[in-house]
Design a protein around this ligand. Structure first.
Ligand SMILES: Nc1ncnc2c1ncn2[C@@H]1O[C@H](COP(=O)(O)OP(=O)(O)OP(=O)(O)O)[C@@H](O)[C@H]1O
Ligand SMILES: [Mg+2]
Length: 261
């Protein structure tokens, strides 16, 4: 679905280069849930930005469904790390936004309303439809962003630490909702997180990146059965094995001192 072919990226601060990504090779399979973990600053958001076509790779190429990405990739929906709700639009109007653009414009008014209401209910924002972003908590803003990307019903979803700032209970609830929505949908999902437990609970495959310049240092196929119950899956013995294996890679990288920020 997405292919990263020898992708690297260097940013410049004035004349000082910062190598964000090392040479990265990765094939994201159609319909898989791929979790990406790695230390802060290792290029995870950069990877998603390039997949969304918001940024060009320095070297190498990224292909989406076999085609080089040039310009904004409108086939993916992107829940960015930074909150980008429009402050002058209410929750409902923000979530509706993707349906006012591109091919979704053709949906009937009834269908648009139904979808917006369905995703608002799914993320638990019922009753807050008319609120503006500044009238929401941080977690509620994240949930509105999530609903806005789901309403679009794209082939591929990119999520950058969508549940990072939420309290532990809400995080579990939303993970469960996400799995319920995703399992059986056939959609490809790239999910960036700091949280190894979250990554293993959700993913078909977890990749671990090194500190800057980000490279892939471990990949694990997570063969836990589906449908999964995020509330209990962490207590399964196999879960512990995956955790140990991936944590060892993360820890070794931290110890090698490359994870400088
Ligand atoms: N637009 C930009 N201009 C300059 N430097 C950038 C830009 N975007 C990212 N960087 C740099 O590239 C490196 C990787 O950034 P990135 O945001 O991809 O990290 P990350 O893995 O998402 O980190 P975090 O987990 O903290 O979100 C960082 O050193 C950052 O300073
Ligand atoms: Mg990031």
């Amino acid at each position: 679905m997405v292919e990263f072919d020898d992708v690297s990226k260097v940013f410049f601060k004035g004349t000082v280069p910062i190598q964000a990504l090392g040479r990265l090779n990765l094939s994201v399979r159609e319909g898989e849930l791929l979790a990406v973990v790695g230390p802060s600053g290792c290029g995870k958001s950069t990877l998603l930005n390039m997949t969304a076509g918001l940024m060009k790779p320095g070297t190498g190429a990224i292909r989406y469904k076999g085609q080089a990405i040039s310009g904004a990739n409108t086939q993916v929906a992107y829940v960015t790390q930074k909150d980008n709700l429009l402050p002058w639009r209410s929750v409902e109007q923000n979530i509706r936004l993707p349906l006012e653009m591109g091919p979704h414009k053709r949906l009937s008014e009834a269908e648009k309303r139904e979808r917006v209401a369905r995703y608002i209910a799914m993320v638990g924002l019922k009753g807050f439809e008319k609120h503006y972003p500044k009238e929401l908590s941080g977690g509620m803003r994240k949930r509105a962003q999530l609903a806005r990307s789901l309403v679009y019903e794209p082939d591929t979803l990119l999520m950058d630490e969508p549940f990072g700032a939420l309290d532990a209970q809400l995080k579990l609830m939303l993970q469960a909702e996400l799995l319920k929505t995703w399992e059986g949908s056939g959609k490809t999902l790239i999910f960036v997180t700091h949280d190894l437990t979250e990554a293993i609970s959700l993913a078909d495959r977890v990749i671990v990146m090194s500190g800057r310049p980000g490279r892939i240092i471990a990949i694990a196929d997570i063969r836990l059965p589906r449908p999964r119950d995020v509330f209990h899956i962490r207590f399964q013995p196999e879960f512990g094995d995956y955790f140990e294996e991936l944590w060892a890679a993360l820890k070794q990288d931290l110890a090698s001192g490359e994870a400088a920020t």
